[in-house]
Design a protein around this ligand. Structure first.
Ligand code: NAG
Ligand code: NAG
Ligand code: NAG
Ligand code: NAG
Ligand code: NAG
Ligand code: NAG
Length: 554
């Protein structure tokens, strides 16, 4: 769900052909897994949370838990453990005789999950039907769970990321050497990560951050709820953004245990694991999203959209805004100790397509200021508030996880596969491609040997899907105008999972939490019910509120 990060300098959320086998993906291609039936299943200890919940809705429903799990699931030679930190928002209408829990991941990679659950709980209870306990844990590497770091503190990190930035690759936006420089900067970042994690304990932790490991953690929670709390031992899960990639991975590893899976704001797993960047199709809908928001802007008028009276058509407004970006590119200005250049302007423009309803009206006010060249201090303050709140300012876990997961590795800065993927990303969008393409180099010379990595392909060389049959069909959800996880990736991944369905929302913003839709809520409640109701494939849901309006769950 949150996809900006200081490391990617813009967007992240998020395929080298090794020896391809045409067989169905092996359910347990995990190296030497421990035999679960011989591993003691630990109990979650639930207790009041040790932090202030008063700013969250439904605080009285919430408690926190901890569960001891193996540090490294791939070896039985070690009995080292880590403690997962969980948060639970108890069922609001527990009518069912059978206690059941739904697990969540809200994206990243590299972000916590507990506070996101606490914040979104009322909407999620509504959309899951009220009978589930909602449960999330902070994934390994994030928040306080074996936190992955490459710098001692935010100051050190800021110094480093300023001295090795990721350049915008839009032609004309940076020097012709920008690609090679991005590569060298990424290597420098990798070297700093290696240096910071020289200590054997830290190094060992840096090697167990893969999504494959997190998938095992999910099943450890399920096992515990089964053994100690009488639940069904099957996974009920809703994964948003990067959480969809986690869901795809757990479904490939444990297909027989997938009882309900909603994968929402979908990442193409073949791209994530086997290509550079996060999902090279990631921005495929961002230009239409931008155009659609501008068109809605003109419709709602100046009371909600401060750009509504600039031009009389959306395409004129688009031209005005892109010319503005070019103007700041050729004539950058400084305000509040920060340079406002073309990249800054485009990052601000992305905000209006990524965060409809909550933030977009305010963002248009600041974009108007940029146009007029006024109140630039306030513009900078707004920009920093957004980027810091979504990236948590001080976070290396995105790189720690995404780079651990990468199967493909660049040989050097001239690696043709990396160059091709960079070009591909640039080609997917006219407006934002160059901005994102810089992340294709991001894991260059990653210094850790990750364990538990999911290495199978999802598609063969002829782009034919490997077919995975899950216990119950998966429901994929995508927004037609999602700027960072296009519905195209939902359709692509649906081809891998037998019997799965795609629900397409005629919506802006990122994933189904973005624009309220009764139709979506109804489909999800039906899917989550005991007698599962599946929508027809490619069903389209309309939304009930506009891009500039607040929904029922602010
Ligand atoms: C796992 O353990 C069970 C019970 O001890 C045993 O029956 C089974 O053969 C083991 N499976 C593997 C793959 O070792
Ligand atoms: C596992 O833990 C036990 C008890 O703490 C310890 O005695 C033993 O040496 C450990 N084994 C390994 C392989 O670390
Ligand atoms: C869900 O929220 C909508 C919008 O507020 C409301 O109309 C509906 O009754 C709620 N449904 C449930 C099951 O909570
Ligand atoms: C940040 O960490 C460095 C060590 O790498 C230390 O020298 C510096 O004082 C720290 N700065 C702050 C603000 O804590
Ligand atoms: C759109 O607005 C800008 C800024 O006011 C103005 O310079 C431009 O001429 C307008 N475009 C058209 C086609 O009217
Ligand atoms: C990108 O687009 C250019 C121009 O249309 C084309 O020549 C090139 O083959 C494309 N590259 C990739 C990797 O898609």
């Amino acid at each position: 769900m949150r996809t900006f990060s200081p490391f990617s300098g813009g967007l992240a959320v998020l395929p080298v052909v090794l020896s391809l086998s045409l067989a169905a993906a092996k359910p347990l291609s995990f190296g030497s897994l421990k035999n679960d039936t011989t591993t003691a299943v630990n109990k979650i200890s639930w207790a009041p949370c040790n932090f202030d919940l008063s700013h969250y809705p439904l605080p009285d429903h919430i408690d926190c838990g901890s569960l001891v799990v193996p540090l490294d699931y791939t070896t039985s030679a070690s009995n080292e453990t880590l403690i997962l930190s969980l948060l639970r928002s108890k069922a609001v209408s527990p009518t069912s005789t059978h206690k059941k829990s739904m697990l969540f991941n809200f994206g990243g990679p590299g972000y916590e999950a507990r506070l996101s659950l606490a914040a979104l709980a009322p909407m999620l209870h509504n959309m899951t039907g009220g009978e589930y306990d909602l449960v999330a844990f902070d994934p390994r590497g994030t928040a306080d769970t074996i936190t992955f770091k490459c710098f001692a503190n935010a100051t050190d990190r800021l110094l480093a990321t300023t001295s090795f930035p990721i350049h915008d690759l839009t032609p004309g936006a940076s020097s012709p050497n920008a690609f090679a420089e991005n590569y060298a900067n990424a290597v420098a970042f990798s070297q700093r990560c290696a240096e910071y994690n020289l200590d054997p304990t830290l190094k060992k932790r840096a090697e167990v951050l893969t999504t494959g490991m997190v998938a095992r953690d999910l099943m450890a929670v399920v096992d515990s709820l089964h053994a100690h709390e009488g639940e069904d031992g099957l996974l009920h899960y809703w994964g948003i953004s990067y959480g969809s990639l986690l869901g795809e991975t757990v479904a490939a590893l444990f297909p027989d245990r997938m009882e309900r899976l909603v994968l929402d704001g979908v990442v193409n797993a073949e791209h994530y694991y086997h290509h550079f960047g996060i999902d090279i199709d990631q921005l495929a809908s961002s230009d239409p999203a931008f155009r659609g928001v501008l068109s809605d802007c003109l419709t709602v008028g100046t009371s909600r959209c401060a750009l509504a009276d600039i031009n009389s058509t959306a395409s004129e407004l688009e031209q005005t805004l892109l010319e503005m970006a070019n103007r700041y590119q050729t004539n950058p200005v400084a305000a509040s100790g920060r340079v406002i250049n073309g990249k800054f302007v485009k990052e601000l423009l992305i905000i209006i397509i990524k965060y409809p309803t909550m933030i977009v009206p305010r963002a248009t006010t600041h974009i108007r200021s940029l146009l007029k060249g006024t109140n630039l201090e306030e513009v900078v303050a707004f920009y920093q508030a957004i980027y810091e709140s979504v990236s948590m300012g001080d976070n290396d876990a995105l790189a720690g996880i995404a780079c651990s997961d990468k199967v493909v590795k660049a040989k050097d800065s001239k690696d043709q596969r990396m160059i091709d993927d960079t070009e591909y990303i640039k080609n997917t969008t006219e407006i934002f491609g160059g901005l994102l393409a810089g992340i294709a180099t991001q894991c260059a010379e990653w210094p850790f040997e990750a364990k538990g990595k999911y290495e199978e392909h999802w598609f063969d060389e002829q782009r034919q899907p490997k077919v995975i049959k899950t216990r119950k069909p998966i429901l994929f959800v995508g927004n037609r105008y999602d700027p960072v996880t296009p519905v195209k990736s939902a359709v692509t991944m649906s081809n891998v999972f037998e019997g799965s369905r795609v629900l397409e929302r005629d919506a802006f913003g990122h994933a189904s939490v973005a624009q309220w839709s009764d139709c979506t809520a109804e489909v999800l409640r039906g899917y989550f019910k005991k007698e599962m109701v599946l929508p027809e494939d490619q069903k389209v849901c309309e939304v009930d509120i506009g891009v500039f309006d607040l929904g029922p769950f602010p």
